[in-house]
Write a protein that binds this ligand. Structure first.
Ligand code: PSV
Ligand code: MN
Length: 411
């Protein structure tokens, strides 16, 4: 087979380093990244939502756009949905439509933050009746997941308080535990509950699931099929996310990711656009855990999902670029010389160990990824291929520019 430009010298160099390139390529081909339905619609900040020409207006158009991302990247066969934003009457029909496009429905995300009654919380709300309805909504999502043949529920709560004294921390914790137990009992046997944490926003004094520790505590109490979801934008500045990832993997509790990048808060920028080194270090932990028999099962079941909103950029291109950045981080992590790393670590060679990581990170893996794509029957550069396809212009003509009103796609 003909190879892409730059691949041969890179392959030679990596092979000389003892890297099994066939294995690396097989892993890159097998990686799957889920894209979110809400990343294809208009979105914005509380200041303004800028309408994008051709942005998807409903779940059918979102699936069509996601299918295009899959067509050009080859690694995005599933699409996360958010309920009620993506709710339809005919789930079978939606599944069939998705299948015709070559994609499937992935994680089902309940929405426990947009009803008026959630002002004081959902699963932690002081009023038992509001909590009951919140649990009911998650049960509805579990049923939807069954209908669309999905085995993942991603649960994020906006619950928290804005002022000291507003509510009782421990009482809220107990309410949360009770509701989560009810939800867990309603899960079908193959379905996992991924608990997502976030340290602030929309609550500004405390959130009830602020960090991985509390999410882990809840997941641990529930049982094996409850795990933690790490959204990369949900930590205080300076948090060592790769360390969190390693700890959760070691405890068998890392369930999935919401990838995005940020400079300041939960900015939902394109993953890898601000801090690609951090992404590489996260993948370094995932690859190391996948190669360790003790943690391999957990690592292999991690759900890679993107959670971004694209405010001013073209949405499909943003998604393709995000996928390419994730692949880049993964490829670099796969070529880390692990034997040499372990040696240096054992010998206390601080900078040698660091250099091993740096060497992988500084390697230009673009020819390797291009080669992988060509071997998968794809164009070597998905972004260029997408631009050439004329799809963006076609949907802009057909769908027009919708008047965009509020910050969230389903609002
Ligand atoms: C909250 O900020 C969050 O990360 C959750 O995953 C939500 O479901 C999603 O964003 C909504 O955009
Ligand atoms: Mn998220």
């Amino acid at each position: 087979m003909q190879t892409v430009e730059g691949y041969e010298p890179l392959a030679e160099r990596l092979t000389r380093q003892g890297i099994d390139l066939n294995r690396v390529k097989a892993l890159l081909k097998a990686q799957q990244i889920e894209t979110p339905s809400w990343g294809y619609g208009n979105s914005g900040t509380r200041f303004k939502v800028f309408a994008y020409p051709g942005a998807a207006r409903n779940i059918y158009e979102k699936l069509a756009d996601a299918a295009v991302v899959h067509r050009f990247t080859g690694v995005c066969p599933t699409v996360a949905i958010h309920i009620p934003w993506d709710k339809v009457d005919d789930w079978q029909g939606l599944c069939q439509y998705a299948a015709e496009l070559g994609v499937r429905i992935g994680a089902v995300n309940p929405n426990l933050f947009q009803d008026d009654e959630y002002k004081l919380g959902s699963l932690c709300h002081p009023d038992a009746e509001v909590r009951r309805r919140a649990v009911e909504h998650v049960r509805e999502c579990i049923e939807i997941a069954q209908q669309v043949n999905s085995h993942l529920i991603s649960l994020w709560l906006a619950d928290g308080t804005n002022y000291p004294g507003q509510d009782d921390f421990r009482a809220r914790k107990h309410r949360l535990q009770q509701c989560l137990e009810e939800i867990y009992r309603a899960l079908p046997t193959r379905t996992r509950l991924l608990i997502e944490y976030k340290f602030f926003e929309p609550a500004f004094y405390h959130t009830d699931l602020p960090d991985w520790g509390v999410a882990y505590l809840m997941a641990n109490r529930l049982g094996e099929r409850a795990q933690v979801l790490v959204d990369t934008g949900h930590h205080p500045q300076g948090a060592n996310i790769e360390h969190i990832v390693a700890l959760l993997l070691d405890e068998g509790k890392l369930g999935g990711f919401h990838f995005n990048n940020r400079k300041y808060a939960d900015d939902d920028l394109i993953v890898g656009s601000i801090n690609p080194f951090e992404m590489f270090l996260i993948f370094n932990e995932l690859v190391a855990a996948a190669e360790d028999p003790r943690t391999a099962t957990c690592a292999q079941n991690v759900a890679y999902m993107i959670d971004q909103s694209h405010n001013i950029e073209p949405k499909i291109e943003a998604m393709i670029l995000s996928v390419m950045n994730i692949q880049m981080a993964y490829a670099k992590a796969l070529i880390v010389d692990r034997a040499r790393l372990r040696e240096a670590q054992a010998a206390g060679e601080v900078l040698q160990a660091h250099r091993v990581l740096q060497q992988a990170y500084e390697t230009d893996v673009r020819p390797l990824l291009a080669q992988v794509r060509v071997e998968m029957g794809l164009e070597p550069d998905p972004l260029k291929a997408f631009r050439r396809s004329g799809y963006a212009e076609k949907v802009a003509r057909e769908r027009g520019t919708e008047a965009a009103g509020s910050g969230y796609p389903g609002a």
